[in-house]
Ligand binder design. Structure first.
Ligand code: G6P
Length: 612
């Protein structure tokens, strides 16, 4: 978590840094700060709160200088206050640093430095790093670059850092391990950031730093070495991201924009891959490992949060069509037990950001045991996309709202296509079935569009339930993971306690919670468990619970039992999660807005969880 941004060039750094922080604010938003250097010295301003609070604190004039660093924080060490906000300074005040990540051995280093007389203003691990670097430089009489390199060989943990010295206003030093960092290249100016969103309006030529690489950047150029002091050849990439994709484009919130983008983002995900008329489904990203997938004895899926829910849906689809056993694991659990992974096993990581620390670590573990690792990732060039053997991007475009929406449907689309592709090659579905499914899948963007047309009704229903203290989300089969996702969405952004459950499990516990104040959202579309879920709805109604049911268009039966129904178009039950999740995203959105919550930046959360 935390977003970092830096600039060196001939323009005023402050406006570039403050706008960059606004774009990165989804990564953390409990405090922010900027340091800018000019011929006369270094100015540092930092403030607890949002980037807007920092902006008001600085005032309209900003501060002059054309080299600087900025940070928006998600606190790990030390509470969010002005002192713990970044940038941090070395003991002499000469060096400033911004940092995203966690230094695990900071306490030992700090103790050692304190024994040598250093004192610290903040409680952060970051102040320890910069003090350590300054101490190394002083004691060894080495350049700042060398001091940074030596320090990094002794530091354990994750970091993306940028360092600025007030004695040299023509140099930034950036390094990463475990946390992302990208350098934007333009004429006599460079931009450094946690992701490309603050960079894209200035340049689309970028270099993603690799783990344990250190870049030294001046206005005249840049060079990269690794922590072993070996020169590295940068790989310059051209990004295709459009500025429009990272702006709200007239919507009140990024989340709403992203919900409404789904007909297009799902179509983009299928574009060039799925052609129902020709009966083709091509996934170039997994071409080389197609045979391994077809012959796999087992597939392990690792993910966190919403991505884990997409993994659960994938489990059902893979088992149904490919007849391959699938295990879906929370990455944070998988990495700390002793999972059984054989040489050649397939591990698929699902991740919107491609940076989630636990998912990354789970993949590293799987790789070290000889597994073939694949990624289903949205963020192009991210760490997971780079360490995996192969994979498929979602092509959903940047997702800024902290609560994931279009990434979820993008993940489902990619995983469905992978499953159908394997099943077809493996012969576990007939040619006819394959073609029928392709035709149906291709219609999903239109069906999502129809589901979105019920927004006004969903907003009305949200108004009736906005003050509830608890919610239950219930579904069966393919709609069970959707129930989990609906509950997570509501919790995340409206702070209402919500639980997702398989509808049939309700009688083993949650039914005790039902009374006239308890809303239960049933995802009750017409599928193979339709009759069963009707019985579950009756069970809730018999106990005076309030039922909101997501139903298939034209279903007039459930309407007679439930208090409210929200229709979605019919589709094959395998694809239904792509459609049935839409009303749940809208329900949580409207409830959160009505409760006055910050939808795009819910408290305590961050979009990219780069700490374990
Ligand atoms: C955070 C985000 C969630 C996301 C989860 C996994 O908790 O707020 O929206 O589902 O991380 O992130 P990933 O980027 O790996 O999908």
């Amino acid at each position: 978590m935390c977003g970092i941004v830096a600039y060196i060039g001939e323009k005023d750094a402050y406006p570039i840094l403050i706008n960059g922080l606004k774009r990165l604010e989804y990564r953390g938003y409990d405090s922010a700060g900027i340091a800018v250097c000019n011929g006369e010295g270094l100015t540092v301003k930092k403030k607890a709160g949002k980037v807007n609070d920092l902006e008001s604190h600085v005032g309209n004039d900003g501060f002059p200088g054309n080299i600087g660093i900025g940070h928006t924080r998600w606190a790990t060490h030390g509470e969010p206050n002005d002192v713990n906000a970044h940038p941090h300074q070395s003991a002499s005040g000469k060096l400033s640093i911004i940092h995203n990540g966690i230094i695990e051995n900071y306490a030992t280093i700090k103790e050692d430095l304190m024994q040598h007389g250093y004192t610290f203003k903040s409680e952060t691990d970051t102040e320890v790093i910069i003090t350590f670097i300054e101490d190394i430089q002083k004691n060894n009489d080495v350049s700042l670059e060398d001091a940074v390199r030596i320090a990094l060989t002794k530091i354990i943990g994750a970091y993306a850092i940028v360092i600025l010295s007030r004695e040299d206003d023509n140099k930034l030093i950036a390094a990463r391990k475990g946390s992302p960092l990208v350098i934007g290249l333009a004429h006599k100016e460079y931009f450094i950031a946690s992701d490309a969103t603050p960079i894209i309006e200035y340049t689309n030529e970028v270099v993603y730093l690799n783990d344990e690489e250190i870049a030294v950047i001046t206005r005249e150029g840049f060079s990269i070495k690794n922590t072993q002091d070996v020169i590295q050849t940068p790989y310059i990439q051209t990004l295709e991201m459009e500025l429009d994709a990272i702006e709200k484009s007239g919507y009140d919130h990024f989340m709403l924009k992203e919900i409404f983008e789904q007909p297009v983002s799902i179509a983009n995900c299928m574009r060039g891959r799925l052609n129902a008329r020709k009966g083709t489904l091509v996934l170039g990203g997994i071409r080389n490992y197609a045979n391994s997938l077809v012959n796999a004895d087992k597939i392990i899926i690792v993910a966190c949060g919403t991505s884990w829910h997409a993994g659960l849906v994938a489990e059902y689809i893979f088992e149904e069509f490919c007849r391959i056993p699938v295990e879906v694991e929370y990455a944070s659990e998988f990495r700390y037990r002793n999972p059984i992974i054989k040489e050649g096993d397939i591990v698929i990581a699902i991740s919107q950001s491609g940076e989630t620390a636990d998912t990354l670590a789970a993949l590293e573990l799987a790789k070290s045991r000889g597994a073939l690792i694949l990624g289903v990732v949205n963020a192009v060039g991210s760490s997971i996309s780079r360490i995996t053997d192969e994979g498929a991007y979602l092509h959903a475009g940047p997702e800024i709202g902290v609560a994931s929406t279009k990434a979820f449907t993008g993940q489902l689309s990619v995983l469905t296509m992978i499953a159908l592709r394997i099943a077809y090659s493996k012969g576990t579905i007939s040619d006819r079935k394959f073609h029928e499914l392709l035709i149906e899948l291709e219609q999903i963007p239109e069906k999502v569009k129809s589901a979105l047309e019920h927004n006004a009704k969903i907003e009305y229903i949200s108004g009736l339930f906005k003050d509830a203290s608890n919610f239950l989300f219930l579904g069966r089969g393919y709609n069970f993971p959707v129930a989990l996702e609906g509950a997570l969405k509501l919790k995340e952004i409206s702070y209402i306690h919500a639980e997702g459950y398989p509808a049939a499990e309700m009688k083993h516990g949650p039914i005790a919670l039902i009374d006239e104040n308890m809303p239960a959202v049933f995802i009750a579309t017409k599928d193979s468990s339709y009759e069963k879920i009707i019985s579950n709805i009756q069970e809730v109604k018999a106990r005076k619970g309030k039922v909101i049911a997501i139903v298939t268009e034209g279903d007039d039966h459930i309407g007679k039992i439930a208090d409210f129904t929200i229709e979605v178009p019919d589709t094959n039950e395998v694809f239904m999660p792509l459609v049935s999740v839409i009303p749940l995203q809208l329900l949580s959105y409207h409830i959160a807005v009505m409760r006055g919550c910050n939808v795009d930046q819910p408290r305590n959360l961050a979009k990219s969880v780069t700490v374990e």
